[in-house]
Ligand binder design. Structure first.
Ligand code: ADP
Ligand code: MG
Length: 196
C-alpha cells in the first residue's frame, strides 16, 4: 500500500526534479524541436504540485488519474496528452489489477504508444518507457532501472526521429538526445527516489 505521505513525497519529487531540469529539457528541445519541453513539463508538474492536498488524499489509482488529467490540461504540446495518458492509464490499470505495478505500467506504456501512433525506436519517450517497463517486469532493482533509463536516453542520440516535431528534421535529428526520453528518465528517477 502507498500511504498519503508517500504520495505527497512522490508528487513533490516529480515537480522538484522537473523544475530543476527545466532548462536542460528546454535546451534539448531547442536542438531538435521548438524549445518548449522544459516549460511545458514544469507548468504541468507545478500544477500537479499545487493540487497536492487533494491528489494525495485519494487512493493511488484515483490519484494517478487526477495527475494524468491535470497534465493533459496543463502541459500542452505533443507530450501533454502522452504523459497524461501514461498516468491516466496507469491509474486505470492499477484499479483493475491492484498491486501489479509492472503489468499496469507496461499497459500504460502501450496506451501512450497507441495515443502517439508510435513505437519503440523512433526517438521518443517510448525508447525509455518500454525498456523500463520490461526491466520492471523482470524484477530489476531501482538502481538498475535508473541505469537502464539513462542508457536508453543516451541511445536516442544516434537515432533518427520518426515521430514528433523532431522528425521534421529528418537526418538532422541524428546526434541529439530526445527531450521526452530525458524527461521520462527524470520522472522515473524522481518516483524511485521518493520510495528509497
Ligand atoms: P512539442 O513537440 O509539441 O513541442 P514537447 O516539446 O513538449 O511537445 O514534447 C516533445 C517530446 O514528445 C519528444 O521529445 C518526444 O519524446 C515526445 N513525442 C512527440 N511525439 C510523440 C509520439 N507520437 N509518440 C511518442 N512520443 C512523442
Ligand atoms: Mg517542443
Amino acid at each position: 500500500m502507498i500511504s498519503e505521505a508517500q504520495l505527497r513525497a512522490l508528487i513533490s519529487a516529480m515537480a522538484t526534479t522537473i523544475a530543476a531540469h527545466a532548462d536542460e529539457l528546454a535546451a534539448l528541445d531547442s536542438a531538435i524541436g521548438d524549445g518548449d519541453h522544459g516549460a511545458n513539463m514544469k507548468r504541468g508538474f507545478d500544477a500537479v504540485a499545487a493540487d497536492i492536498d487533494q491528489i494525495a488524499a485519494k487512493p493511488l489509482p484515483d490519484a494517478l488519474k487526477a495527475i494524468g488529467t491535470k497534465l493533459v490540461m496543463t502541459v500542452g504540446g505533443a507530450s501533454g496528452p502522452l504523459y497524461g495518458t501514461l498516468f491516466l492509464a496507469l491509474g486505470k490499470e492499477l484499479a483493475a489489477t491492484p498491486g501489479d505495478y509492472a503489468g499496469a505500467f507496461r499497459k500504460a506504456v502501450d496506451a501512450v504508444a497507441a495515443r502517439g501512433k508510435s513505437e519503440i525506436g523512433q526517438k521518443t519517450m517510448l525508447d525509455v518507457l518500454y525498456p523500463v517497463a520490461d526491466a520492471l517486469r523482470a524484477g530489476k532493482e531501482p538502481s538498475e532501472l535508473i541505469a537502464i533509463a539513462n542508457a536508453e536516453v543516451a541511445a536516442t542520440g544516434p537515432r533518427k526521429a520518426i515521430r514528433g516535431r523532431a522528425s521534421f528534421l529528418g537526418d538532422r535529428s541524428i546526434g541529439h538526445i530526445d527531450p521526452g526520453a530525458r524527461s521520462s528518465a527524470l520522472i522515473l528517477q524522481a518516483v524511485l527516489g521518493a520510495f528509497a
